[in-house]
Design a protein around this ligand. Structure first.
Ligand SMILES: Nc1ncnc2c1ncn2[C@@H]1O[C@H](COP(=O)(O)OP(=O)(O)OP(=O)(O)O)[C@@H](O)[C@H]1O
Length: 456
């Protein structure tokens, strides 16, 4: 996405000259000849950079006053001041008031370009800084090598550069936001902003001002997420949680790429890629008339399905160690080893909260254990070991009341149930792990009445 630069100068020759130079370099430009039209352009859409002349002949405000107005609304917007010859003092004042730098007239093309590159870079860094704060915790990427996660990875690679809208579905905590961030990072908009908005965490009253911003008497009071995401990607999480009226407005934005702020009538034109996510079944929501079918089709140009963690149990060891090493960097603690029994229990558990729940449990284990200590089954939360009771000696007294034959059968049944579950019903992998021939395992499962458990 080309960066959008606003050039404000009262001399048309200078405006056109700068615009020409910048357009040749691939920037998008807009021009304004006086203070009011400059403010109106900024209000219509926040540019990536402002090039501002100090002397604005015939204007209501001079350059310094425009700078002050702009900084009130957009403190992070980089501004380059154009000063006349012998006007260095005013230029210095401008820098004190928040301008990034200045260039004196007449200027050399190369000098202008270097300054523009630097200023846009600064703007990008300022934005990245803000985004980084939100991003902490998402820098693991998409961990895992299971076929389920590899399929997701392939889809991301294909869909990212296409620029199409994507609808990600999957249960809570399964990694939908991770997928959305990867699509953005691998797209042509990677240099633009990635803005996240969660429809489930906004009250219906605030939703529209969050999305579209607020304007009062032609003054912008708040910039909405659609405007913030101009040139980048807007990720709408839990998209099904929007009231019908908001759904209708979103549909219009997707059609026209423009909208009006709440309370205003300025049309804001934006270029935004929308990625949405849901943990609900949107088909059902449509049937129940809670979600608009036309919006569903607009959002769902490419569907991506993130599988629950139980469909990629093979990934649990790698996820455990990745999460552990990430958390130890943040907390300064030494990563722990996990005993084979504890890992088997983690792999056998059903994880209703998916990767987020796994992450929380690992964080708890890291905090509760001491440096150098191995994480054993006894340290795992009760709900995780419940399924493992029978294979965990000392935790279960029931087995002591059985004959050896019945005890062995019970043990074998529970043990194999856990192992099959752990390998996602794959008999070859289970057989290899438990040290049996595939055919012998099949016979054993049949005898124990477990033959329905395997996948193939
Ligand atoms: N495959 C993965 N590899 C590494 N980390 C992951 C993976 N999937 C999820 N996570 C981590 O798990 C947590 C939850 O992921 P994320 O927020 O993307 O889930 P979600 O599906 O968007 O959740 P919700 O439905 O609640 O919005 C995050 O901290 C994320 O970093």
């Amino acid at each position: 996405m080309a960066l959008d630069i606003l050039i404000v100068d009262d001399e048309q020759d200078i405006r056109d000259l700068i615009a020409g130079i910048l357009e040749d370099e691939g920037f998008e430009t807009r021009v304004a000849g006086d203070s009011d039209s400059a403010l109106a352009e900024i209000e219509a859409r926040r540019p990536s950079l402002l090039i501002l002349d100090i002397w604005l002949q015939g204007s209501r405000l001079d350059g310094l006053e425009v700078l002050e107005e702009v900084k009130k609304q957009h403190p992070d917007l980089p501004v380059i001041i154009i000063s006349g010859h012998g006007n260095i003092e005013t230029a210095v004042t401008a820098i004190k008031r928040g301008a990034y730098d200045f260039i004196s007239k007449p200027f050399e093309t190369d000098k202008l370009l270097i300054l523009v590159e630097r200023a846009t870079e600064v703007g990008r860094l300022r934005r990245e800084n803000t985004e980084l704060k939100e991003k902490v915790g998402y820098d693991l990427g998409l961990t895992g090598n299971s076929s389920a996660i590899n399929m997701v990875r392939n889809t991301i690679e294909k869909v990212a550069p296409s620029g199409s809208r994507v609808l990600i579905s999957g249960p809570p905590g399964s990694g939908k936001e991770v997928v959305a961030r990867l699509i953005h990072e691998q797209s042509k908009r990677a240099n633009g902003t990635f803005v996240v908005v969660n429809a489930a965490s906004m009250s219906p009253e605030n939703m529209e001002s969050e999305l579209f911003g607020i304007e009062e008497n032609s003054v912008v009071q708040k910039t909405g997420v659609f405007e913030q995401a101009h040139g980048g990607t807007l990720f709408i999480d839990e998209v099904a949680d929007m009231p019908q009226t908001t759904q209708a407005k979103i549909l219009r934005v997707l059609t026209d790429q423009s909208f009006e702020r709440v309370g205003g009538n300025t049309r804001v034109h934006v270029n935004v890629r929308v990625i949405s996510a849901t943990s609900r079944n949107l088909r059902e929501e449509i049937e129940e008339q809670r979600f608009r079918e036309d919006l569903y089709h607009r959002l769902n140009v490419v569907p991506v399905v993130v599988p629950p963690l139980t469909q990629r149990r093979d990934d649990i060891p790698q996820l455990t160690y990745q999460i552990m090493s990430q958390l130890s960097t943040v907390t300064g603690r030494v990563p722990r080893q996990v005993s084979p029994e504890a890992m088997a229990a983690l792999q056998a558990f059903d994880w209703p909260g998916n990767v987020r729940q796994l992450k929380n449990i690992i964080e708890r284990l890291l905090i509760l254990s001491s440096d150098g200590e191995e994480i054993g089954v006894e340290m795992l939360p009760a709900e995780i070991v419940a399924d493992m009771d029978v294979v965990s000696p000392g935790r279960n007294n029931e087995i002591m009341s059985l004959t050896l034959r019945d005890a062995r059968e019970k043990f074998e049944t529970e043990y194999l149930k856990v192992q099959i579950n752990r390998f996602d019903g794959n008999i070859s992998k289970t057989a290899e792990f438990v040290g049996m021939e595939r055919s012998a395992l099949h016979r054993k499962l049949k005898n124990l009445g477990l033959s329905g458990q395997e996948k193939k």
